[in-house]
Design a protein. Structure first.
Length: 456
């Protein structure tokens, strides 16, 4: 007797009044699995964490200043903030406001001269010789400033000019120039603008006067009339006999009190690369130079005079934190953070030694080739420098990548429809307007405060 084959039953389909539900069920069964919400949430958490970490590093780096080297435990050829603060205290506290042409400005000039003469007498054997002169000058200049042509005439401008060299003509043929100004704005003790620059330069003279002779001369210009539309630097460039030997400039300035001085202007790639390779504490950005060059900032520094009248390339440094103290009675020694002078002094000492120790000054005698490079520091760890050509290439690549990400399909990784063109336009406009508002709002508040008679 034959065994019966088992009856094979056809699987029952779910009952439905709508036949199309069957095909829909099959499609759902074999369609690729959609990503779950937690994956997207994790991605956003990672991105947010990275942004928060980056902000933390930036803020921490911005508030971190070098340790101050004590006066009695630092070699004479090393920069000490404690020694520099002795000069700062004398200029800003004991002498106070030093308006150009005033009796206080004469006292400041005498103090600087006496300090240099003291260094001259105490310098070590086989170290650079120290020369000092008082320059008295008359002159005039015209330049474009704040959308108008200004004509400026000056008389009896007093500069203190110091040169360190080995005394030989070959050594003095090419010079590096340091510049700061000892005069002040009206009603300000000018600790930061520019007592810090003067104090740092006096300490740098002390450092170089107690170091082995370098292959090129160094000139220190303590100019007595910067606040009166850059007259002191113009007098030096136009009439001092040492000016013709200057090949590069390091300018020390301030538009705030305390914090880290920033490199915000330079006009030769060779100097920018020298800064990046030798600086102790990196802090610089071409963004400041781009903003400054638009004329949006109602101010200028002696850097402009050396560049335009002397054809001298340079590095322009300035303090910018706590700008509400700038040109006010609050610009006093107490407002200068501990470590701020150490930051400026160690950096400029290292940069000067790097410039003087190679053949860079000879190269700078020739006209510059190419445009100034892009530069910025990476959270204070190092300085990034690259050419303008590479900048254009990177900007174009970022632009096209942004357009691609914004308008490309997300490869079906989500069910929600893509944003419409209108939504994307609104998104871009919102980000742009937020950026503009972030710039306009502080300027608007400062303008209102100025109209109300308040100092910003």
């Amino acid at each position: 007797m034959k065994d019966r084959e088992p009856i094979r039953r056809r699987p029952q389909l779910p009952k439905s009044s709508n036949p199309s539900s069957v095909s829909a069920t099959k499609k759902r069964k074999f369609s690729p699995q959609q990503p779950t919400a937690p994956i997207s949430l994790i991605s956003w958490m990672l991105i947010s964490s990275a942004v928060v970490l980056a902000l933390f590093l930036v803020i921490r780096n911005n508030e971190t200043l070098p340790e101050v080297k004590p006066l009695d435990q630092t070699n004479l050829d090393e920069f000490s903030e404690e020694r520099a603060r002795v000069h700062l205290r004398q200029l800003s506290t004991e002498i106070g406001n030093r308006l150009s042409g005033s009796l206080a400005a004469e006292h400041a000039k005498e103090y600087i001269l006496n300090q240099v003469l003291s260094i001259q007498q105490k310098k070590c054997q086989n170290c650079p010789q120290v020369e000092v002169e008082i320059q008295e000058s008359n002159g005039s200049q015209s330049f474009y400033f704040l959308n108008r042509i200004l004509h400026n005439v000056y008389s009896n401008i007093s500069n203190v000019v110091v040169r360190l060299s080995d005394g030989s003509p070959e050594n003095m043929k090419h010079s590096l120039l340091f510049n700061s100004h000892y005069d002040s704005a009206a009603s300000s003790p000018a600790a930061s603008d520019d007592g810090v620059g003067v104090s740092c330069m006096l300490e740098l003279i002390n450092n170089f006067a107690n170091s082995p002779a370098l292959p090129h001369a160094i000139i220190f210009l303590f100019n007595g009339a910067e606040e009166t539309l850059l007259q002191g630097s113009h007098a030096f460039v136009r009439s001092h006999r040492w000016a013709s030997s200057v090949r590069a400039l390091i300018n020390l300035e301030a538009a705030g009190t305390g914090g880290r001085p920033i490199l915000f202007q330079t006009n030769r790639p060779e100097l920018t690369y020298a800064y990046a390779q030798s600086v102790v504490y990196s802090h610089g950005s071409i963004l400041g130079q781009d903003i400054f060059s638009t004329g949006a900032v109602p101010g200028d520094t002696d850097y402009r005079i050396f560049r335009d009248y002397g054809g001298i390339p340079g590095l322009d440094f300035a303090y910018y934190m706590n700008g509400f103290n700038y040109h006010t009675p609050r610009d006093n020694e107490a407002a200068i953070d501990r470590g701020s002078l150490q930051h400026m002094g160690e950096n400029t000492l290292a940069i000067a030694r790097a410039i003087l120790s190679n053949k860079l000054l000879e190269k700078l005698e020739e006209p510059g080739q190419g445009s100034r490079p892009v530069f910025f520091d990476f959270i204070g760890l190092t300085t990034v420098v690259y050419s303008r050509t590479l900048e254009i290439v990177l900007n174009v690549l970022v632009l096209f990548f942004g357009i691609f990400v914004l308008f490309s399909s997300p490869l079906q990784l989500r069910k929600s429809p893509l944003p419409t063109l209108v939504e994307k336009t609104v998104l871009i406009s919102g980000v742009t307007m937020s950026f503009i508002a972030g710039i306009v709002a502080p300027v608007l508040l400062a303008s209102i405060a100025t109209l109300l008679g308040q100092i910003m």
